[in-house]
Design a protein around this ligand. Sequence first.
Ligand code: SF4
Ligand code: SF4
Length: 320
Amino acid sequence: MDVDLKKDGIERCARIFNTQKYNVHDGPGVRTLIFFKGCPLRCKWCSNPEGLRSDCQVMMKKNACINCGLCVGVCPKKIHYMENGVHKINRDITCIGCRKCEKACLQNAIEIVGEDKTISEIMDIVREDKDFYLMSGGGLTVGGGECSNQAESLKSLLEASHMDGINTAIETCGYMSQKSLDLIKDHVDLFLFDIKQMDPVKHKYWTGVNNERILRNLAYLLENGHKVRVRMPILKGVNDSKEEIMAVVDFLEDYKCFKNFDGIDLLPYHRYGVGKYGQLDMEYPMDKEMEGEFGLSGEELDRIQKWIDEENIEVNLVRH
Ligand code: SF4
Ligand code: SF4
């Protein structure tokens, strides 16, 4: 069976913004992570702000810039410009990802995020660690952003991985159309599926979208035999109350005995991505929220874990 990597005679590409090898947190065994660019959600705590937009973007280490203007001269889109001798970026113009500015900058102040790679090129990266996958039961995990935003490319990559005998997992916010879900579902060995909040109003406030479609997709996968591990980002004052945790447990009540339900991962809040917001001229949304700490102590996390465990659901704390 041939894998459909071509469309209109051109090999299919995916726009990615990162790759990570030897990951042991996002699926079983040792894994290679591929991050697809673009996401329909805007979770205020997102630690990958460079994965939100689908277009290529300039990340600037402002402290490294000496305002020499070399990038200004090479940018075909006039995204870089000088104002009173100071280098600036026009974020309203779409970057075409040519990387001329990145190459021109002698200070290494510029990083372009977003690169279109063919499925074969991505598979070359994934295949490098095939021996580790075989030894550890690992494989490929595709995340983002939201990988289903590029559903055709995702399908091709997952298919190619299976053709190579490599296990597949995806990390997903679950906000995808039935058409996208149908396209990919049979090529995914494990769905790492987020539940961020059961209350639809709060969900919309914290992520920018309603959770109806997400919960419908989750139920569909569980009811149709697809292996799912639920993941819950946990933030103090956002979704850590007993009432909120039990609402998730209640939703999963009918499925917890299913063989294809793989338990829950708790993902404690962290601020690792904050620096990247500045490099993209973005504000970190959590800093605009009410006063307070969103991180939880070990004791608080243990308590949440116990609530879930007492309902006979396997629960695991993931620390990245
Ligand atoms: S990647 Fe190309 S289009 Fe984008 S900012 Fe740099 S030079 Fe301009
Ligand atoms: S080339 Fe580099 S150092 Fe010079 S203005 Fe552009 S970003 Fe700054």
